[in-house]
Design a protein around this ligand. Sequence first.
Ligand code: NI
Length: 137
Amino acid sequence: MASDLVRFSVAIPECLLDDFDAYAARRGTSTNRSEAIRDLMREKLVEEVVADPDAEVVGSITMVYDHHTPDLSHKLDNIQHHHLAQVVSTMHVHLDHHNCLEILAVRGTHATVRELADCLLGTKGVRHGKLVCTTIA
Ligand code: NI
C-alpha cells in the first residue's frame, strides 16, 4: 500500500533548481519534478542502507572477460561454486570470438556479496566488471 503523499516547501537557490530541472530532463523525468526528487531521495536512502556490511542486499555482478585466458572460466566457476548462498542466477553471453559477458543475480549480506564480487572481478583476465546493490527493505 502506497504511503500518503505529504507536501513540503524547500528554499533553494534558483540556479540550483535550474540545474536540477536540466538534470531531470536528461533523465526523462522533467514533467514531474516531485518524482525526480523522490528518486534522488530513495537513491540516497538505499545507498546508506547498503553501505552497512551487515545489510541484506540484492543485486548484480556484471563482468566481461576473455574466455581464452588460461583457466579463467574454470576459476570463475570455482569462485561461484564456493558462494552458493549468494549466487541466485547467472546469465552468460558469448559476445564475440574472445569476449564473454556474465551477469550474476546475487543476494546476501553486503559483506558476503562484496567479497564474491571482489574475488570474481579481481581474477586475472576479467577485463571489466561492477557490483550493483540495492535493497528491498
Ligand atoms: Ni562465452
